[in-house]
Design a protein around this ligand. Structure first.
Ligand code: FES
Length: 104
């Protein structure tokens, strides 16, 4: 399925996402080093913060309390904020567009 990644300079990149991985893993494995994902997907660092800019948001699992708390520790949070390691990529998310959040 298709995943669109917008890097901090505003450039849009379209990648072929692997549906056995999370959105974070897809972005990282495609070589975008702006997404630090320091904790490796354990929902404890918030450096995988993205803004969901397009795609079927209703197909994204609801956020946990832990994710919500961690997002509160970021400076760039808005109503479209998610931690990309908490989103399993799937065919239902084909065409999802995510923008890498500002660095904290
Ligand atoms: Fe650390 Fe997502 S990679 S919270």
């Amino acid at each position: 399925a298709k995943l669109i990644v917008v890097t901090r300079d505003g450039t849009e990149h379209e990648i072929e996402g692997d549906t056995s991985l999370t959105v974070m893993e897809n972005i990282r494995d495609a070589g975008f080093d702006e997404l630090l994902a320091l904790c490796g997907g354990c929902c404890s660092c918030a450096t995988c913060h993205v803004h969901i800019e397009g795609g079927d948001k209703s197909a994204i699992p609801a956020m946990s309390e832990d994710e919500n708390d961690l997002l509160d520790s970021t400076t760039d949070r808005d109503g479209n904020s998610r931690l990309s390691c908490q989103i399993p990529f799937s065919d239902a998310l084909d065409g999802l567009r995510v923008r890498i959040a500002a660095e904290d």
